[in-house]
Design a protein around this ligand. Structure first.
Ligand code: ADE
Length: 251
């Protein structure tokens, strides 16, 4: 899967992409990320990417020409790509979108804006606008990294243990169970007995119940989304949790 990123801050990407799982995915040719400096697609001496807004007002607007040139340059190899613009106006990104993009395995161009805005005409280039949440960042670079990271880790073979991507939070719409490692007793904070028991059935039931307990306490909205993913056994656990009324540890 190939990602082409268009940005005026290409350096931002190197540190993140050159570590850990994303680095390994690139080394193993599962992904390729090419970061393009928007300024390389300007034609003036000052490599200008922004200008004053028509109609006045605060801030600068990113000019359309360099974006069009950058996209045309990237597409000149004839490989089809989905063009995504990162903007707070876009559709809010979530795990379902990451999963479907990962399965579609479609190459992407990610357009990152800065300053007050991007000239409206750049929108005519894009297939999709995506926001990573209801807050405003100084640019689209972090959102582009968020999207790349969440998609790539779902590509089969990228994570060491295939189960980790499936089991973790949001995979079936509920949060993940709590994790512990050694020591069994840290300053009086103990690992739940069941996890030390070696009884795999009991452990798996405990994990499911705690995942449900956590979700009911913190993200009840996810419970309703997951209805189709809940089994009879889950409903039993949910009524046990309600009877116990013991959510305070997650409240
Ligand atoms: N650019 C600025 N804020 C953003 C956000 N929340 N999501 C995507 N792109 C952005």
């Amino acid at each position: 899967m190939r990602f082409d990123v268009i940005t005026i801050f290409p350096e931002i990407f190197n540190a993140y992409l050159n570590e850990s799982i994303l680095k390994r995915a690139a080394e193993r040719n599962i992904i390729e990320v090419k970061v393009h400096n928007l300024r390389d697609f300007t034609t003036d001496r000052h490599r200008t990417v922004d200008d004053y807004p028509y109609g006045g007002g605060a801030g600068m607007v990113m000019k359309p020409e360099p974006f069009f040139s950058a996209v045309e340059h990237i597409k000149s190899d004839g490989i089809p790509r989905r063009i995504v613009m990162l903007t707070p106006h876009g559709k809010t990104f979530n795990q379902d979108m990451a999963l479907s993009m990962s399965r579609q395995n479609q190459n992407m161009i990610l357009i990152c804006g800065r300053y007050e805005a991007i000239d409206e005409r750049v929108r005519s280039l894009v297939d999709e606008e995506i926001s990573i949440g209801d807050y405003v960042l100084t640019g689209g670079e972090l959102p582009a990294l968020v999207i790349i990271d969440s998609i790539v880790r779902l590509i089969p073979g990228v994570l060491g243990d295939e189960r980790s991507a499936e089991e973790e939070s949001f995979a079936c719409g509920i949060l993940e169970y709590p994790h512990y490692t050694r020591p069994p007793d840290f300053r009086g904070l103990k690992v739940p007995e069941v996890l030390l028991s070696g009884n795999h059935r009991a452990i798996s039931q405990w994990r499911r119940k705690e995942a449900l307990r956590l979700t009911i306490a913190r993200r009840p909205d996810l419970m309703s989304r997951c209805v189709s993913g809940l089994k009879d056994e889950d409903y039993k656990l949910v009524s046990e949790i309600k009877e116990e009324g013991k959510n305070h540890e997650y409240d």
